[in-house]
Ligand binder design. Structure first.
Ligand SMILES: NC(=O)c1ccc[n+]([C@@H]2O[C@H](COP(=O)([O-])OP(=O)(O)OC[C@H]3O[C@@H](n4cnc5c(N)ncnc54)[C@H](O)[C@@H]3O)[C@@H](O)[C@H]2O)c1
Ligand SMILES: O=C(O)CC[C@@H](O)C(=O)O
Length: 528
């Protein structure tokens, strides 16, 4: 199998080594594409690798008809339309840890430069001005650093600021007083942080909730002479409000690595002598670039080859040990979903997936996604995958419930998928039999033992002499050979089922004839 990979932002050459040496991977590096050119070419590629510059918009994603994976060599994915990618079943991966250290070091460098006017003084010297009195700075020792967003980078910055003998107060919706104590920082609300700080540094992602989290009202609550650092994302701080706060003297200075619009050559904030800036360099170190490129390259190779990723953004990631336990069930659970799709008439309204036995103790969400994928795929087509299965289920209005019980009726694990439509409830259960592979063990309330593959025929009938023979004769007339057959019944002479494994698909006309046979109430072909 050959894969075409496009790298559209500058990535470390050493970092993309895993891609270069993977067999069948054709790598195109083109970092000068305009959005129009990218749109024209993207259809050729199975994977797209970017940093923060390439805007992977809905339009680009929709033109990426072969695109299977988008790799972001870095943390922030705000340059990628995640909703569009998810809808199209394209997995997005990033490299969440690779540049943490570099971004934290850059933040501290910016903080110190800001406190001591280093860029301004250097600029004066370069312009042949030996000026000492214009650049009197402040010490950071014993000052309070307010950290908004205490994730990977925020926590690293906090630790280093403590090394500078700063007091640190932090706000993060996931921070607890206990965790704050462990990290040696003061726990606060956003209001506490902005009121107490001499320096404020933001380290959140850019989200609806964090856009302009530092705005006019926030500046008004701050200490006079506060200094601001943003090495996270442009837009977390309202740039117009920051400009006004600096001009009014409320804010003494700002160090910015990121901006609401990037790239730019002219920026109003840079006309202010109190503002120092770098052009989004937080992650620009040899080390960080190598690590992030290696991380995404590995994920792209392992996804295209084996369907496995380490750092998914639009799927929940699964620890290795959990993956090892659930992976053997992927095929079975998808088959259970497909089986029910064929068995069920009408639009599914609710899907209940019950995990019994050992599977009840672990994170089985990837299995549930595969069950939904199996259910939807035969109706909606091959574009349904485990990335977009949940999205399409939500879009259709299907409620998906995951249920767990330790009781597995003697099996190590049993998975039951139940589908409710407006007119019926159907269910099917299966397991992995030691050494024998996947088996379907129940259809509705009937016990069976069927290998979930190939062509199956599910027939409901009355338990009467001759019913089985009539089915055999009709299928023989249709040229359909029966490989295996099982029967089950609720009681003698009562409702019964036949589950046949057959060598070829039975056409609709054959199914109609089967339904006309005496004592046969229903017949369904199932192709797995
Ligand atoms: N300048 C650069 O080159 C550069 C480099 C790397 C990362 N970044 C950016 O830095 C930021 C932080 O990255 P990270 O790796 O630490 O991410 P992270 O996910 O580890 O941490 C983000 C933290 O923000 C917190 N948060 C979310 N909403 C919040 C809110 N409303 N108020 C306060 N906190 C909130 C989260 O709980 C989380 O702890 C991201 O925006 C990332 O894109 C920039
Ligand atoms: O690609 C870059 O250099 C920026 C990366 C950084 O903003 C990130 O979010 O990881």
């Amino acid at each position: 199998m050959a894969y075409n990979i496009l790298i559209s932002d500058p990535l470390s050459e050493d970092g993309i080594y895993p891609l270069r040496q993977a067999e069948g991977f054709n790598i195109v590096v083109d970092t000068d594409l305009t959005p129009e050119q990218l749109g024209e070419r993207i259809g050729e590629f199975d994977a797209l690798l970017v940093r923060s510059q390439t805007q992977v918009t809905r339009e680009i994603i929709e033109k990426g008809t072969n695109l299977k994976i988008i790799g972001r060599a870095g943390v922030g994915v705000d340059n990628i339309d995640l909703t569009a990618a998810t809808e199209r079943g394209i997995i997005v991966v990033n490299a969440p840890d690779g540049n943490t250290n570099s971004a934290a070091e850059h933040t501290i460098a910016m903080l110190m430069s800001l406190a001591r006017n280093i860029p301004q003084a250097f600029h004066a010297l370069k312009n042949q001005k030996w000026d000492r009195k214009s650049f009197i700075g402040v010490e950071v020792k014993n000052k309070t650093l307010g950290v908004v967003g205490l994730g990977r980078i925020g926590a690293e910055v906090a630790a280093r600021a403590k090394g500078q003998r700063m007091n640190v107060i932090a706000y993060d919706p996931f921070l607890t007083p206990e965790k704050a104590e462990k990290l040696g920082v003061q726990f606060g609300t956003i209001e506490d942080v902005i009121k107490a700080a001499d320096f404020i540094t933001v380290h959140t992602p850019l989200l609806k909730e964090t856009r302009h989290i530092i705005n006019k009202e926030a500046f008004e609550k701050m200490k006079d002479g506060v200094q601001i650092v943003n090495c996270a994302r442009g837009g977390i701080i309202d740039e117009d409000a920051l400009y006004d706060a600096i001009v009014s003297g409320k804010v003494a200075g700002a160090a910015l690595d990121v901006f609401e619009e990037e790239p730019f050559v002219d920026h109003r904030l840079l006309t202010l002598p109190q503002v120092i800036a770098t052009p989004h360099l937080g992650a620009s170190t040899v080390e960080a670039q190598e690590i992030v490129a290696i991380d995404v390259s590995h994920d792209v190779v392992s996804f295209l080859k084996d369907g496995v990723v380490k750092n998914p953004v639009n799927l929940s990631s699964v620890p290795k040990d959990v993956l090892a336990k659930i992976e053997p069930y992927f095929n079975l659970v998808e088959k259970l979903g497909s089986f029910l799709s064929d068995l069920t008439d009408g639009v599914p309204e609710e899907v209940n997936i019950t995990y019994s036995g050992e599977l009840s103790n672990i994170d089985v969400r990837p299995l549930s996604r595969n069950a939904v994928k199996g259910l939807l795929k035969s109706k909606l087509g091959e574009s349904i995958n485990d990335v977009n299965a949940k999205f399409h289920a939500d879009r259709i209005g299907i409620i998906v419930n995951e249920l767990k019980t330790t009781k597995a009726k003697g099996f190590t694990s049993l998975i039951t998928v139940e589908v409710k439509t407006a007119s019926a409830t159907r269910k099917v259960a299966g397991t992995l039999l030691n050494g024998l592979g996947p088996r379907i063990l129940r259809v509705d309330d009937f016990i069976v033992d069927v290998v979930p593959e190939g062509h199956l025929l599910f027939i409901r009938h009355k338990d009467q002499p001759g019913a089985i023979g009539r089915v055999g004769t009709l299928l023989a007339g249709e040229g359909v050979n029966i490989a295996t057959m099982q029967v089950g019944r609720s009681e003698v002479g009562g409702d019964a089922i036949m589950m046949l494994s057959i060598d070829k698909h039975v056409e609709e006309s054959g199914i109609e004839q089967l339904k006309q046979l005496e004592d046969i109430s229903d017949a369904t072909t199932i192709d797995l």
